[in-house]
Design a binder for this molecule. Sequence first.
Ligand SMILES: [Zn+2]
Length: 186
Amino acid sequence: MSAASRPRRPAPGRTDPPTPAAEPVASSPPDREPKTRSREKLPFLLDFFPLDTADQTRLSAFYDRLRAGRLSTTRCPKDGTLHWPPRVACPDCHTEQLDWVDLPEVGRIYAFSAVLAGAPLGMESDVPFAVGLVDLDGAPLRLFGRIDGRPWNELRIGQTVRVDTYDIGDGRYFYRFRVWDPPDGR
Ligand SMILES: [Zn+2]
């Protein structure tokens, strides 16, 4: 789930922010707010709504568990299907009575790439950094995420990583992967 693909629609009970198209193009009043907000005032990620709480999403357990350091997803108790990303209903049998299960904390890099430019909002100063696909040990899931803990050009396919949960800066949590190798003495 990348920042760019997070849902943009406002949650119930919230008001749409004014869109540029809805604002007058010319003859702005002199006391009007500047059009360009400073970078410091923008959120860390390009999502303007706190979508992780129970009144915002039925998947709030996912974020609650991230806050407790656990990466989890849903599993269907009827057919055993493990979902990713977590679901509110099983895509196979459509039941909404799903179990929450913690995912393995260790995985192996299946593929990776480096972000050298055009990083998501809030991550500009981290460039370059790595993103990749990780196969979790003991679970039939391949997850996309950022990979930290080693310069991108020192990563390799098959390298062991661990799930790392972190505060994105406003109290919400998300996950990354972090290279998990014995110290190499450098
Ligand atoms: Zn099912």
